[in-house]
Design a protein around this ligand. Structure first.
Ligand SMILES: NC(=O)c1ccc[n+]([C@@H]2O[C@H](COP(=O)([O-])OP(=O)(O)OC[C@H]3O[C@@H](n4cnc5c(N)ncnc54)[C@H](O)[C@@H]3O)[C@@H](O)[C@H]2O)c1
Length: 438
């Protein structure tokens, strides 16, 4: 393919060299003439292990050249990759000036070009930027519309400085946001020969992916540091602790606990988080991230209350209120907290949880239910049908195999608010369906 790469910074320079290695013909474009001159001389404009050798190879093979002339680069290519910076403004918001400018240049050049052209954004953009900025500028300046003559895709870059070439040639995943099949396939074609899967999604999901990756990485580093700080103060080997944590790929380094849903609860997580934070405080170790977890969890309960209040209906049915489906454990169940808040606001509630009903008759939780939550015990119904008949709004409080059949019996005028991370129940009900998040 004939490719123009806009921006010869960390991302653009690496992408230029690596795509040329893949056999493509690449023209790098930068407003900085010194960077273009360096690339033309086979020199790397940034310090990155192995980059200069690859650029030299590309220039010598006639597959890499660089220019400051964006018009000429567009006219001699079929695909343009946008790799310009998207820095922070002093207020923290994203500055799209460079992206807007480069889209304008590409768009104007396209007025003089015949034949289709694909624009692929590799810069990091907040969700909505392609539809809100990139597309309007490209369409306005080129006189073309998104379609066969103007393709647009977003393909976030996940490389890390220092290991950028290795990351380019061995990515975990390539994400492409595209509307048209043709645009997606053309981007996938750029990476033919790499073993990683190329995943297609929407513009907005692709845009979000880069942020969620980076924020997750920042979270992991900070978590490791705070645990390390507590361990250090206690004379515990923090590296060994984190090494062992990482060895559990079932619960720790795994998708478990990473799906958007409701607050955590139960007899362990809240108690143990509190105890560790209290210990850190006693040891005068600052752990702002760990302390924020509880506050965020409480916020999630409040978010559910607000969502229910916003429905403007009074009769609520709660399907599953143990802290986890398949258990009768009500200790620190966030659904119980939610129910108590709604009760305080005067809502008419009915609760159904098959496991808790069983526990009320025979289980070890019987005394807990009778003595600690008699106010909830009174709201419990023994048959799900009673709840369905009562409720204007049905809250799915936990995941349980029995819920799908119950929800299948709902009426179209009922509203379901799903607090769980599951996707299963959605198609089974004619009622209006909302998720708490995600
Ligand atoms: N640096 C990283 O490791 C990394 C990794 C993944 C994603 N990203 C994202 O990729 C984007 C680029 O990051 P970077 O670190 O390569 O930026 P950078 O600042 O190193 O490079 C941007 C380049 O674009 C050039 N430029 C600006 N306007 C131009 C125009 N109109 N035409 C041509 N060139 C122009 C600048 O002169 C500069 O050389 C950002 O959105 C960044 O968030 C960066």
């Amino acid at each position: 393919m004939r490719i123009s790469v806009f921006g010869l910074g960390y991302v653009g320079a690496v992408v230029t060299a690596c795509l040329a290695r893949g056999g493509h013909s690449v023209t790098g474009v930068d407003t900085d003439a010194a960077k273009a001159a360096l690339v033309n001389a086979g020199r790397a404009p940034i310090i990155e292990e192995g980059l200069e050798a690859l650029l030299t190879e590309g220039v010598q093979a006639g597959r890499v050249r660089a220019t400051t002339d964006s018009r000429e680069a567009v006219l001699t290519s079929d695909v343009s990759l946008i790799c310009v910076g998207t820095p922070s403004r002093p207020t923290g918001e994203i500055d799209l000036t460079y992206v807007e400018r480069v889209c304008g240049e590409i768009g104007r050049a396209l007025r003089e070009k015949s034949g289709p052209h694909l624009v692929v954004v590799r810069s990091t953009l907040l969700p909505g930027s392609v539809e809100g900025t990139v597309l309007p500028v490209l369409e306005g300046e080129s006189g073309r519309k998104l379609g066969p003559e103007l393709g647009v895709a977003i393909n976030p870059e996940f490389l890390r400085e220092g290991t950028a070439l290795e990351d380019f040639f061995h990515p975990a995943l390539t994400v492409v946001g595209a509307v048209a099949d043709r645009d997606f396939e053309q981007v996938a074609e750029l990476y033919r020969g790499l073993s990683a899967p190329v995943v297609r999604t929407t513009f907005k999901v692709a845009e979000m992916m880069k942020y969620v990756n980076n924020v997750f990485h920042a979270l992991k580093i900070t978590f490791g540091n705070e645990i390390g700080a507590i361990c250090h103060r206690l004379g515990v080997d923090g590296r060994e602790v984190m090494d062992l944590l990482c060895q559990d790929t079932k619960l720790n380094l795994s998708p478990v606990y990473l799906r958007p849903g409701f607050a955590y609860g139960g007899s362990c997580l809240p108690k143990d988080l509190r105890a560790l934070c209290r210990l850190a405080q006693a040891q005068e170790v600052e752990v702002p991230l760990l302390r924020a977890i509880g506050a965020s969890n409480e916020r999630q309960v409040q978010a559910a209350v607000e969502r229910i209040v916003a429905q403007g209906r009074r009769r609520i049915g709660v399907l599953g209120f143990a802290f986890k489906g398949g258990t009768d454990d009500l200790r620190e169940s966030p659904v119980v907290t939610l129910v108590e808040t709604l009760l305080g606001k005067g809502y008419e509630l009915k609760l159904y949880d098959a496991r808790v009903s069983l526990a009320r008759l025979v289980g070890a939780n019987r005394r807990f239910i009778e003595q600690r939550i008699p106010h909830l015990s009174r709201l419990m119904v023994e048959q799900a049908a009673e709840l369905v008949a009562h409720a204007e709004v049905v809250i799915i409080g936990n995941q349980s195999a029995g819920h799908a059949a119950i929800l299948a019996g709902l009426r179209p005028d009922q509203v379901v608010i799903d607090l769980t991370p599951a996707a299963r129940v959605r198609p089974a009900t004619p009622a209006r369906y909302e998720r708490i998040c995600g």
